[in-house]
Unconditional design. Sequence first.
Length: 327
Amino acid sequence: MSLIPPSAPSRSDRRTATGIACGAGAGALWGLVFLAPELVGEFGPLQLSAGRYLCYGLIALALIWPRWHALRGQIARRQWVQLGWLALAGNTLYYVLLSAAVQMGGIAMTSLVIGFLPVAVTLIGSRDHGAVPLRRMLPSMLLCALGALCIGWQALAAPVAGDPGRQVLGLVCAVGALVSWSAFAVGNARCLARLQQVSAHEWNLLTGLVTGAQSLLLIPLALLLESSQHGAPEWARLAAVSVAVAVLASLVGNALWNRMSRLLPLTLVGQMILFETVFALFYSLLWEQRLPTLAESAALVCVVLGVLSCLAAHRRPELRTAPAGTP
């Protein structure tokens, strides 16, 4: 029996590596959305969402316009309906709830709840055909849950500052954001798998177009329900933050996420959401100008180990030796 020399990375390995890189990039950009409510704290969640997604829709319209006539014929009525609920679940409703959770409960508490996204998405994805058995994903899911608990431990263990009712309402909003984005992650991955004639970038632009249309409905609600007594500098800062988040998180981040969703199975897609939690924590530390605590450091270790464990569960055992009787 002779050992087979190591071969070059397989096409499957390259797809996985590319998918993970795209997932990490999306998480790095999406983590910025946790900072936006702090940067413009004088504005409410509806105003933040309307500003961000109006900019996203306008940019998407400008980019998609040259290919609109060719692309329009490839999207059936059913796909437009799907785009509508995906834009609502993954963008409009999610960001309203997330912004409210950050402003009322803080970044750490919101990160804790959103950190359970990988568990939710992995549980749903484990039912897909050909998915990795759930028992093989259990170590990764436990590490993910432990990491999320560590991230929010300090915030939950510390004495509550401010109105306790406001904290509870922030927690409810964070749980709502968790449910909303879990539905989006699963639905978006399955739509991309079925709709091969449209690229991931084009799907992102179409999602932005629909989200921008939804933001037009948010504007009158934001003006009616939230204070608009702000000066020119405050409105200019909101505009700058909205454009930055629209370009970095919505346009580039979503494009990377869609690319990843076509390269990785849904059970592995769920684990990639951990990068958003990690980067949100990192940006929070930079904003607060401090080093991570012991609990936060433990969370980072758990996240890294969780992703590595998930990768190990998805790798097929490779043949290390030649079959008996082979020269």
